[in-house]
Design a protein around this ligand. Structure first.
Ligand SMILES: CC(C)(COP(=O)(O)OP(=O)(O)OC[C@H]1O[C@@H](n2cnc3c(N)ncnc32)[C@H](O)[C@@H]1OP(=O)(O)O)[C@@H](O)C(=O)NCCC(=O)NCCS
Length: 151
């Protein structure tokens, strides 16, 4: 059975394994475990009680930042990330803080993520040159995108 719910403290060890599986340059364990708390709305998607995806989103005033979203490689291209992001957007819209915009940064080369964000309705705002380190020791541009929530 597929379920979306809050990613809580007890899920972090399992979710961090997924982080390591999903990225050539994953977050450190310290970064992953510290991106939690009352300013965050973090969700997980489980299939038969196994975490197959998560998203990490921070809220500050009326803005939110999607810091991370990942789906287990075996479960990609089945609409899971889109389902998770749409749930996140619905949850943000229901919050009393009246979030108006969701921001994110994505590597220029990350076509699956760019396809996902465009399909949801994020727009490119600007490019940050040489923002991300690459596995071969070079740098890669970041694309900054934003999504405006219907108020
Ligand atoms: C990016 C990622 C989260 C997408 O997850 P997913 O569950 O496979 O995405 P979905 O199946 O929900 O696809 C959503 C849309 O993106 C498109 N898409 C997803 N992967 C794609 C790919 N490899 N190539 C082209 N389009 C792709 C889908 O066709 C779909 O578009 P549609 O709704 O118009 O048909 C997943 O590839 C991942 O975990 N990547 C590694 C971590 C990462 O890079 N995260 C993003 C950091 S910014």
């Amino acid at each position: 059975m597929k379920t979306i719910s809050i990613l809580n403290e007890n899920d972090l060890a399992e979710a961090y394994e997924l982080e390591r599986l999903c990225y050539p340059i994953p977050w450190s364990k310290e970064t992953f475990f510290s991106n939690q708390g009352e300013r965050y709305l973090n969700l997980k998607i489980t299939i038969d009680n196994k975490i197959v995806g998560f998203c990490i989103c921070q809220q500050v005033a009326d803005e939110a930042s999607l810091f991370n979203i990942a789906i287990h490689p075996k479960y990609r291209n089945q609409g899971l990330a889109k389902t998770l992001l749409n749930q996140l957007i619905n949850d943000l819209m229901a919050m009393p803080s009246k979030i108006s915009t969701i921001w994110l940064e994505v590597r220029k080369s990350n076509s699956p993520a760019l396809e996902l964000y465009h399909s949801i309705g994020f727009n490119q705002i600007t490019i940050r040159k040489n923002y991300y380190p690459t596995t071969d020791g070079n740098k890669e541009d970041a694309i900054i995108m934003a999504y405006t929530l219907a108020l």
